[in-house]
Design a protein around this ligand. Sequence first.
Ligand SMILES: Cc1cc2nc3c(=O)[nH]c(=O)nc-3n(C[C@H](O)[C@H](O)[C@H](O)COP(=O)(O)OP(=O)(O)OC[C@H]3O[C@@H](n4cnc5c(N)ncnc54)[C@H](O)[C@@H]3O)c2cc1C
Length: 415
Amino acid sequence: MADNGTILVVGGGISGLTVALEAAEVGREVVIVERNPYLGGRVAQLNKYFPKLCPPTCGLEINFQRIKKNKKITYYTMTEVEKISGGPGDFQVSLKEMPRYVNEHCTVCAKCEEACDMDIPNEFNFGMNNRKAIYKPSEMAMPMRYVIDKSVTGTASQQKIQDSCPYGAIDFSMQPRTFNIDVASIVWATGWNPYDASKIDNLGFGKVPNVITNMMMERMASPGGPTGGSIVRPSDGKQVNSIAFVQCAGSRDENHLPYCSYVCCLASMKQTTYIREKNPESKATIFYIDLRSPGRYENFYKKVKDDENVSFVKGKVAKVEPGSDGNVILTVEDTVGGDIISQEFEMVVLATGMEPSTASERVPGGSVGYDENKFLLPGGDIIPAGVAKKPADVMTSGQISTAAALKAIQAAGAK
Ligand SMILES: Cc1cc2nc3c(=O)[nH]c(=O)nc-3n(C[C@H](O)[C@H](O)[C@H](O)COP(=O)(O)OP(=O)(O)OC[C@H]3O[C@@H](n4cnc5c(N)ncnc54)[C@H](O)[C@@H]3O)c2cc1C
């Protein structure tokens, strides 16, 4: 019987962290379960946040400090929920933790990384570069500890990595571990995945060179990204002088994501500032169906619009094709003038939307409802938070998560 009032938070993105802190800071025991080897979720992959345009460290780091100082919070990375049984006040949860092969003696000295001769695609950078098979998940990772990709085990690199560590931090004897916890309430904050742009036939992703997605742009612009922060064409490394953003790439489309993801217009506006800042000669064009900059974000839109080198064109992009010298040709139905425009750019960014993680993975137990797009509905035994509930920016995710923390405390009952 979980008479401990403990709250389980699944997902350690900005929403899960918010729920955990809100509940722990009023005295609740909280367990966070995160699949990645680090906390922070998708926000850790952003270069800057709109509207203030500060780096993700400014929001995440303060939460990491609060978590480190709060003894009420326990967190497990590389861990997932396998099964949930019971109900509010008395859930039994089975967790599975995958081996990191690096223990708490790691000082992040990087000697293992220098010794490792095996490369793997860098998932954090959407495969735009490779990284060593032993890697620091990101510059601001929490926990700040190396992790070893399991493909190393059984190869010649395994011994080299093992021998390189002066602190005894490498431990290939680690095995997957299954264990059970009893909790009184469960918050599901598993967030989102970028919509798979290769499913959008007419927009060229994966077929036409120099067509990237908005999340790839976040990594490219980031100092810790695949190009060290230079915005260059993947095909030839050339500095980009003209760039187009294709809004609603797969969004508000019955064949893909029927809904608006709320953040994509603002994300593209933000990304025009990345390119304009890095290359003052550059020009950016945003092709949109409707522009959305709700509430106070209108000021952000106005600021971006004031830049005469940023154009907004109301038109639906019908086709994306290869042009000359690695350029990309867009065919656009100009919905104001009624014309068909054909324009060439050096690089194109597809503003793809957010698909809930629960679209591909259901909650493994508990009573829980899904809406028609597979976001979680409130009202069941499992309490949704952040983008698991609806498409949202960081500020709205924080509001949803604070409300979820209150609900979780109520559902857990008195301690
Ligand atoms: C291109 C782009 C740019 C953006 N830029 C901004 C911006 O500048 N400003 C802004 O306010 N918002 C921005 N956003 C929106 C922002 O990314 C989201 O609001 C934010 O990520 C929501 O956080 P979350 O914690 O709900 O989800 P996530 O960030 O997705 O975190 C969910 C966490 O749950 C984990 N997880 C998933 N499944 C499981 C599982 N089964 N078990 C355990 N863990 C699991 C994931 O690994 C992840 O760590 C942008 C979005 C896009 C697409």
